[in-house]
Write a protein that binds this ligand. Structure first.
Ligand code: TNX
Length: 545
């Protein structure tokens, strides 16, 4: 990833007002706080306040300064000194995050709104930052009087907010008020991601999950600076999104899931809400319609999509590779044109994932002919195609992204794609598949890629996994949670956490700064945070919980 030099970095000075002896006076109705004394550093940080930088993912640089310890009180203002780059929304998000536990309804004020000394904020441009801010980066300056978060992108602001959240004591994750002192260790964090694309895939096709579950999932991902959510919206076992003009997809295709449960789907409205909810937390949704295989649910809904017009049976098992859309029928492309254009319209993000994996019931030449017709639909709808690495055998347009999911370290098609300029998302199953067992003896989880314990998920380098696919070709990393064996929200949590934290750090922190001992120590401190959020995580052996 090339760091972009920005001429102007906008600055949000987020938390103002400082320590006035633990005074948590609330602002009056105009949003103006009582006059303040000069903010004093919080000399004694409460013991459970994380040291600067003791967060996940580890920041690029953190330099503590005890004279700058900050106290968050009811007088603190969140002051937005910029707009147009997500700063305002990130500020509101921070206020929402801290309110339940602190009981403080922190006002979000604009520059020029409240200019009281000691609480008004600084407008600084990039020239005042000591160094250039790489893409997605932020700088956090924590002093007794204020906390200043400087960024020049929505991504940077959201990431800075998540850092601040983890620098507060774990009590901040409680959903009831905790009466206490809220300290933040003083100092400066200069931070930016290794990869701009840090993603988690959730398969809602094998088992369906209601919008509420997905929204909670989004909340949980966001705290570790995951900024993309890939939704696997269709497979043999279920079609999960309403498509206008094709009502049987949801009447018939959505009514099944693995194991015979009721299935389900999102209306377009519900899908839009999920996408907006994610965007409000700094996450871009990447929708996937898997094709030309993994399509039994579509094929039972519309028999005309089968070459012989036959009507296959609904499928609720876990095998793959037996279904295919009819490659030489115009009806197939009328169907896909509607699906692709509607999903593109519903999704503001730049990506549309077309699957392409395990198309064992589609001949090789058919497969290529199929994607030669489908990829222009995606680019024509203004989206950047993403596909599982099998589609790399096709002549891909330049913006197309290849997602590598196998466990082998050689894959000539993917290497060739990288050589011809296509970016690669790394999700090797033996490192990043969260449907795998943690340990061989586990009662739950798949095992075709071997057990993936937390250390395995942590100790790998996405730019050294696949021959011929180095740092410059890696678009980012993605974890995948396939849900053949995942039936409940608590199953999702147990399979995700704490491997998600490991993958989040793989995607964020420079390789040379990553080290298992440090990670393991920081991970242990996440236990209390996860407990307070009600996350049913896997208490992995080898971590000093
Ligand atoms: C392979 S990885 C699949 C999925 C399964 C998964 C189970 C990939 C692109 N395809 O269809 O759910 O293995 O681990």
């Amino acid at each position: 990833m090339m760091p972009l030099v920005r001429s102007l970095a906008v600055v949000v000075t987020l938390l103002l007002a400082g320590c006035t002896g633990g005074d948590d006076a609330q602002p009056d109705e105009t949003g103006t706080a009582p006059t303040q004394e000069q903010p004093m550093p919080l000399e004694e940080l409460p013991e459970d306040t994380p040291a600067l930088g003791e967060i996940i993912p580890a920041p690029v640089r953190a330099a503590g300064d005890e004279s700058g310890n900050f106290e968050l009180t009811g007088q603190t203002r969140i002051r937005v000194d910029s707009d147009g780059s997500g700063a305002r929304r990130a500020a509101e998000y921070l206020a929402e995050l801290v309110e339940p536990a602190t009981g403080f309804a922190l006002p979000v004020v604009d520059d020029g709104g409240d200019a009281e000394p000691g609480r008004a904020i600084v407008l600084r441009d990039g020239d005042e930052l000591p160094e250039e801010l790489p893409e997605g980066g932020y700088v956090l300056d924590i002093t007794a009087g204020e906390v200043a978060l400087a960024a020049d992108s929505a991504d940077g602001f959201f990431s800075g907010v998540q850092t601040l959240r983890q620098q507060l004591p774990a009590d901040v994750e409680a959903n009831e008020r905790v009466d206490r002192t809220w300290g933040i260790a003083g100092g400066r964090i200069v931070d930016h991601p290794r990869f701009g694309y840090r993603s988690a895939m959730l398969d809602i096709a094998r088992h369906f999950f209601e919008p509420e579950v997905v929204k909670r999932h989004i909340d949980r991902l966001a705290q570790y600076k995951i900024n993309h959510l890939h939704l696997h919206l269709s497979d043999d076992q279920g079609w999960r999104i309403e498509i206008e003009g094709w009502p049987k997809l949801t009447e018939i295709g959505a009514a099944t899931e693995v194991g015979g449960g009721p299935g389900g789907y999102y209306t377009q409205e519900e899908y839009r809400e999920i996408v907006a909810y994610a965007a409000d937390r700094g996450i871009t949704v990447v929708p996937e319609i898997d094709m030309p295989g993994h399509t039994n649910a579509a094929l039972i809904s519309y028999p005309e999509l089968n070459c012989d017009g036959s009507n296959p049976e609904p499928y609720t098992g876990t095998h793959v590779g037996f279904s295919s859309l009819c490659i030489d029928s115009d009806r197939t492309y009328e169907f896909l044109n509607d699906v692709i254009s509607q999903i593109a319209e519903l999704t503001p993000g730049p990506y549309l994932h077309v699957g392409g994996d395990e198309a064992e019931a589609t001949g090789e030449a058919d497969y290529a002919r199929f994607f030669e017709r489908v990829l222009p639909m995606v680019t024509g709808a203004g989206k950047r195609p993403v596909g599982w690495h099998e589609y790399g055998q096709v002549d891909l347009p330049e913006p197309a992204i290849v997602q590598y999911w196998r466990i082998e370290s050689e894959h000539p098609d993917t290497t060739a794609s990288a050589e011809s300029g296509n970016s690669i998302i790394m999700s090797p199953a033996n490192k990043s598949y969260l449907d795998m067992k943690y340990n061989d003896g586990d009662p739950w989880g798949n095992d075709w890629a071997g057990a993936v314990d937390v250390r395995t998920a942590y100790e790998w380098d996405p730019a050294r996994f696949l021959t011929g696919v180095g740092e410059a070709s890696v678009h980012g990393v993605e974890t995948a949670l396939w849900t053949e064996l995942v039936e409940s929200e608590s199953d999702i949590e147990r399979m995700m956490f704490p491997r998600l934290q490991a993958l989040a750090e793989v995607g964020w922190t420079p390789q040379q700064d990553r080290d298992w001992e440090s990670f393991q120590r920081r991970l242990a401190t996440q236990a209390e945070r996860m407990d307070k959020q009600g996350i049913d995580y896997h208490p992995t052996p080898g971590v000093n919980w």
